[in-house]
Design a protein around this ligand. Structure first.
Ligand code: FAD
Ligand code: NAI
Length: 467
């Protein structure tokens, strides 16, 4: 059987690429080694983590906000098994949705591990060890990423876990140590803190959420501490030892020779990043080049150095985000169909689904300073927003950064309830090269949290009204 396109990996990058290519008239097959489609995102990433984040947030609300809203209930209890069942049901609903879309778009599915034999040929190895070869005009590699291990610390996915194990713990631990104050550490750390665990986050850097705007990072750290999470910044975990049923975690300063301290924990979550996954793809044999960080090298048309072989998503450079992978999947399919696919890397939002949420698009203040770009900054707190007060979600702020000369919006950073939804009006504005005056003069419905976005924009060229 010969195809126009074979996509290896059916995560958000791969499945979107396959569907788009089929919509554009190509004969398409996918190769996936997992039994279900959707990749890291749908099976062990975005979707299951959001199911647990939502459930634990509801628990937290019922425990702490209901009374203030005039709702009397008996004290809610966590049914952890039922919460996990909710998560599993959500995964199932999403992965079967991809099966449906593949059928609808007449995409052939080859279940097995794909290996590139050369341009035009992909070997598929199934569980019993037998192999077959699929012929194709083009190959898109979308094999994603895997957990970054912490040297010397073995992950057993029971007591020392990666995000995968942390999504299916047998019970809510009494004490959880999280290594890494990045997106995974703070999202999953928040889940367990809300459910009653004592959570300590050990972070190498002197700030949390490293690449985010420093203002956001500072204020968000204060909020998380208020929620009961503990932090050991500028520190690293150097050993984890079993002590009976518990674990002893050795923590050392990130730099210098100061003495090590220890933490007791029931579970340790290692969340220090992810690395591109290219194992077993046969890339060295075919001569596909990798960069210094093991990512597949591509040009800006997602083409590798070997004709007919392309790569997208977590396995190439750029932020490891599902929507970045999806957009690249659609773009490469369009290019293969002779159209002008394009991804604007200046406008890729990042959202941390904690409570409150953190959302960001474009440049941070630190990046603008480093680039020597003169900018104006406007900020507006949710404590001055009527809707936020009505919902008891007054924590956080919106910050708009605009070019000092042209007024073009260069970055928007939000900490607050619903930030992950609100950020998109900034994305659309920035795609059209809009100015902060455009944003500040756009009529926003009242009362909405989004009015804080309008007021922050207004603060860059005039005075906000409600502050
Ligand atoms: P993947 O989703 O990793 O898919 C790759 C697929 O390729 C897998 O199914 C794998 O089995 C398959 N594969 C690999 N090698 C082979 C082979 N040789 N043959 C056949 N199949 C193969 N991002 C967000 O944007 N928002 C979030 O909220 C978010 N939450 C996350 C939470 C967690 C806990 C984690 C771990 C990640 C999260 N991410 C989130 C990141 C997101 O999951 C990834 O950026 C996204 O899944 C990358 O998509 P991809 O298609 O490149 O690769
Ligand atoms: P990350 O890169 O976000 O954070 C890792 C953190 O670990 C960094 O702050 C780093 O300084 C720290 N660190 C590294 N080595 C350390 C050490 N030895 N000791 C202590 N700290 C150390 O990586 P994370 O959280 O693992 O997430 C992986 C990827 O998954 C990210 O790229 C992210 O984009 C994606 N993701 C996205 C989500 C979202 O969009 N909401 C949710 C979860 C994951």
């Amino acid at each position: 059987m010969s195809y126009d396109l074979v996509v290896i990996g059916t995560g958000p990058g791969g499945y979107v690429c396959a569907i788009k290519a089929s919509q554009l008239g190509m004969k398409v097959a996918v190769v996936e080694k997992r039994k279900t489609h959707g990749g890291t995102c749908l099976n062990i990433g975005c979707i299951p983590s959001k199911a647990l984040l939502h459930a634990s947030e509801m628990f937290e609300e019922a425990n702490h906000s209901f009374e203030a809203l005039g709702i009397k209930t008996s004290r809610p209890k966590v049914d952890w098994k039922a919460m996990l069942a909710h998560k599993d049901k959500v995964i199932e609903g999403n992965v079967t949705g991809i099966d449906y879309l593949f059928k609808k778009n007449k995409i052939d599915v080859h279940t097995g591990t794909g290996r590139v034999l050369g341009a035009g040929h992909v070997e598929v190895k199934v569980e019993d060890g037998s192999t077959s070869i699929v012929e194709t005009r083009n190959i898109v590699i979308a094999t994603g990423s895997d957990v970054m291990p912490l040297p010397g610390i073995g992950i057993d996915e029971k007591s020392v876990v990666s995000s995968t194990g942390a999504l299916s713990l047998e019970k809510v631990p009494n004490r959880l140590t999280v290594v890494g104050a990045g997106v995974i550490g703070l999202e999953l750390g928040s889940v367990y803190a809300r459910l009653g665990a004592e959570v300590t986050v050990v972070e190498f850097m002197d700030k949390i959420l490293g690449p985010m705007d420093a203002d956001v990072s500072r204020q968000f750290l204060r909020m998380l501490k208020k929620q009961g999470l503990k932090f050991k910044l500028s520190s690293k975990v150097t050993a984890v030892q079993k002590k009976g049923r518990a674990l002893e975690v050795t923590v050392q300063p990130a730099e210098g020779e100061a003495a090590a301290t220890t933490l007791d924990a029931d579970v340790v979550l290692v969340a220090i990043g992810r690395r591109p996954y290219t194992e077993g793809l046969g890339l060295a044999e075919v001569g596909v080049e990798l960069d210094e960080r093991g990512r597949i090298k591509t040009d800006n048309h997602y083409k590798t150095n070997v004709d007919g072989i392309f790569a997208i998503g977590d396995v190439i450079a750029g932020p490891m985000l599902a929507h970045k992978a999806e957009d690249e999947g659609a773009a490469v399919a369009e290019m293969l169909a002779g159209q002008a696919g394009h991804v604007n890397y200046e406008v890729i939002p990042g959202v941390v689904y904690t409570s409150p949420e953190v959302a960001s698009v474009g440049k941070t203040e630190e990046e603008l300073k480093a680039a020597g770009i003169k900018y104006k900054s406007g900020k507006f707190p949710f404590s001055a927003n009527g809707r936020a007060k009505a919902m008891l979600h007054t924590e956080g702020f919106v910050k708009v950064l605009a070019d000092a000369e042209t007024d073009r919006v260069l970055g928007v950073h939000i900490v607050g309830f619903g930030a992950g939804e609100m950020i998109h009006e900034a994305c659309v504005l920035m795609e059209f090269g809009g100015s902060s005056e455009d944003l500040g003069r756009t009529c926003h419905a009242h009362p909405t949290m989004s009015e804080a976005v309008k007021e922050a924009a207004m603060a860059t060229f005039a005075k906000p009204i409600h502050m």
